[in-house]
Write a protein that binds this ligand. Structure first.
Ligand code: AHR
Length: 307
């Protein structure tokens, strides 16, 4: 049937299936692996032909993938932008080819919102706020400076910018909270460990680690232990995502709190892709529901974690 083509012709070989080009960030974290699996499985279930590309955390690779999707005349393009800036040119090319674009997981900072149809993803500012709110609650009524080190996500990415901003907003009301060091760990375990090792050398008195994702927190925990300190006790650990390994670390007392970020967007993405390819109207913003988990809930929640 012709209804599966988004006005840009078909790459589907005439079998009527919707063809979705998906330009993924990479495979930097447990969250990302779960996200990729969700997109692949949901595409299969929904009868969508998925053209999948892994950009290995490089914007140039994502731009190449999007251009190749345009050339192949896919019906819909979805992508999770590695950084916020620098997308206008390639998205104008998609627009000129009349291929609708769905932003998935991460947003862009373009002023021209006509370059994409909708954005499906978490509210990262809100996640940062939840992290900061937990901290202010934890230190309520306690005097003395609280020295915080921050492991940022990929420089220039929406989750790094927003989680940083949301957290800063939550703690700014009380001058006892001091972010004494803040550096990117690129959302990976290896970098999280490496940067935490440097923090431990340069900062004599760290009370709290705020990591923008679980993988960096888990890498940092190794560094903390190797330095002879107890993560979760000597240094409190706040993390974001909620992968199983982080829940295990929380149950073991090594992480204090995890702010959930849900990667299982596949079904919602397929639904949106089908709608936009038919020209149906969709909300400009689709958010994901997420919670906050503390140590006392970790063991009970662990068996039900889906990623
Ligand atoms: O964009 C979502 C973030 O990207 C996740 O929090 C992080 O783990 C991933 O790499």
């Amino acid at each position: 049937t012709a209804c599966s083509t988004g006005g840009g012709g078909s790459a589907g070989g005439g079998d009527g299936r919707l063809v979705l080009g998906f330009a993924q960030v990479g495979a930097e974290s447990g969250w990302r692996t779960a996200n990729t699996k969700s997109v692949r499985e949901s595409a299969e279930e929904a009868g969508v032909t998925l053209k999948f590309s892994d950009a290995q955390q490089k914007q140039e690779n994502q731009i190449k993938a999007i251009r190749s999707f345009i050339q192949q005349r896919v019906d819909v393009i979805a992508f999770s932008p590695v950084v916020e800036s620098g997308w206008d040119t390639v998205l104008k090319e998609a627009k000129n080819a009349k291929i609708p674009v769905v932003l998935t997981d991460r947003a862009i900072d373009s002023k021209d919102t006509s370059l994409y149809t909708t954005f499906l993803g978490s509210d990262f500012v809100e996640e940062g706020k939840k992290a900061g709110d937990w901290l202010t609650e934890e230190y309520k009524g306690k005097d003395g400076t609280v020295n915080i080190v921050e492991l940022q996500g990929t420089t220039g990415s929406a989750p790094a910018n927003d989680r940083r901003a949301g957290f800063a907003q939550a703690v700014k009301g009380d001058p006892k909270f001091k972010v004494v060091a803040s550096q990117t760990g690129d959302f990976t375990r290896a970098k999280g460990k490496e940067v935490m090792q440097a923090f431990l050398k340069s900062q004599p008195d760290i009370d709290v680690l705020y990591a923008h994702n679980d993988d960096m927190a888990l890498g940092a925990i190794q560094a903390i232990e190797e330095a002879g300190k107890k993560p979760g006790t000597d240094i409190k650990v706040i993390s974001v995502d909620g992968i199983k390994d982080a829940f295990q670390a929380m149950a073991d007392g090594k992480i204090n709190v995890v702010v959930e970020c849900n990667p299982l967007l596949g079904d919602q993405l397929m639904d949106l892709a089908k709608k936009v390819s038919k020209g149906e109207s969709v909300p400009a913003r689709v958010k994901v529901d997420e919670g906050v988990f503390t140590q006392d809930q970790a063991a009970a929640a662990l068996p039900d974690r889906k990623y």
